[in-house]
Design a protein around this ligand. Structure first.
Ligand code: HEC
Length: 102
């Protein structure tokens, strides 16, 4: 790699980082939290493995902010006792898996 393309790459790195809506979220940790606390109730609602709640045609969540708010609301509903970091992990997981917000 020559000098110019290296400095171009370094210039672009922060941009790609900014495109990630949940930069502090750890999707792998989020999956564990989600599977432990969130799946059973959604399964009762939509059947299957519960993921249809995220992929149904008329799903409610259209923005990263709304996703975090919904996770916080569902968390409060179940008393999962998650910290804000946990909500961000779950958001990163659901976003990677289903919502794909940029
Ligand atoms: C007590 C039952 C219950 C539990 C437990 C639950 N949810 Fe939900 N969740 C719901 C219901 C009901 C809806 C649908 C709300 C609607 O259609 O407006 C929903 C919808 C959602 C949606 C929005 C889906 C869409 O339309 O795009 C997200 C995201 C979500 N839940 C995340 C979570 C997370 C994360 C947890 C674990 C902390 C969780 N839920 C636990 C009942 C629950």
């Amino acid at each position: 790699m020559n000098k110019t393309s290296l400095s171009l790459l370094l210039l672009l790195l922060p941009l790609t980082a900014a495109a990630e809506p949940f930069p502090k979220g750890d999707a792998a940790a989020g999956k564990k939290l989600h599977d432990a606390k969130c799946v059973a109730c959604h399964q009762r609602l939509v059947g299957g493995n519960g993921s249809d709640i995220y992929t149904r045609i008329d799903r409610k969540i259209q923005t990263p902010k709304a996703l975090l708010q919904r996770i916080a609301a569902c968390n409060a509903q179940v008393n999962a006792g998650w910290f804000p970091e946990d909500e961000e992990h779950a958001a990163a997981y659901l976003n990677r898996q289903y919502y794909k917000f940029k």
